[in-house]
Design a protein around this ligand. Sequence first.
Ligand code: SAH
Length: 356
Amino acid sequence: MTPLGAEITALIRHGGPIGIDRYMALCLGHPVHGYYRTRDPLGVKGDFTTAPEISQMFGELIGAWAGYIHGQRSQREPLILVELGPGRGTLMVDALRALRIAAPGADIRPHLVEISPVLRAVQERALAGTGATWHAGIETLPEGPAIILANEFFDCLPVRQFERHATGWHERQVGLGPEGDLVFGLAPEATPGLDADGPEGALLSVPGVGLGLMRLLAHRMREAGGALLAIDYGHVRPGFGDTLQALSGHRFADPLAAPGEADLTHHVDFAALANAAHTEGAIVHGPVAQRDFLLALGLNARAEHLKTRATAVQAAAVDSAVRRLTDGSRGGMGSLFKVLAVSGRDHGPLPGFPEA
Ligand code: SAH
């Protein structure tokens, strides 16, 4: 058992079973043993690889996107560019390079929201000299119109889960089995006030933290202007099913097997995020498939441009990255990942999204 597993076992022994949200929050964010507090999980040697780590083109296209949005506004205001959960800082580095070309002379102020001290140190090295500022949460971000980026961020925010029975929706919990091991169970009493429809046995995920965050950000967009770009794997239609998953060494793992040692994520419910933003009075763009978004932003043209100055090996790597980022087959990144933007009323249609 991992040290965090022992701590969670003691917690349950004293206080009873805990919700999936608390379990996720402990596994990922525990101050000492949390997954994101203790390691750099990205890349070939880590547990998963993200789009910015696959190719520089991903961040560059997003930088150009941000430049276009800034161009719709008064050129004199500073360009506050925020990233939530910036990983190794790769997306920000690539975006800034493209942004300096797309928005020449702009007063760019990068802000990074990160809970991991390990990743923050990696980001500080990558972004040295850019004037970037770090934050532990969105509360300390500067006011005013901002362009906010979030790639693979909403998927690691805690969710609650409920299972439908004749008596109502019962919260899914982590408790102790007969051997004292961690097991999934259900709260004996139904949760009052949850009136969603669903067949017997259906599993409902409620992304409370993510929805709360989206409401705050959408409110900010409506009041101060700006745009938020959220990219994640997830579904466009609400649905039932367990999408909580653990990844370790690029393979799926049992979410209860090694608390704090494996990444724990869930498929993002884009319908719920879009609805939360709309309710706050912001304008919602998409969601669209990552494949369509990147192709609309000119991924192929960018790839061709890179290839004009590339060796044969580099050119093959560019082609392979384009295929990976746009792979529309079942489970491929191009279709599994969705892109959602939320903007204030001062913006028209945004690049990469079909006009509503
Ligand atoms: N966006 C990066 C990394 C994705 S991994 C990329 O695409 O490569 C998730 C990132 O979110 C990590 O940097 C992790 O440390 C950070 N993170 C996780 N939970 C967070 C939270 N509650 N607040 C801020 N950052 C968080």
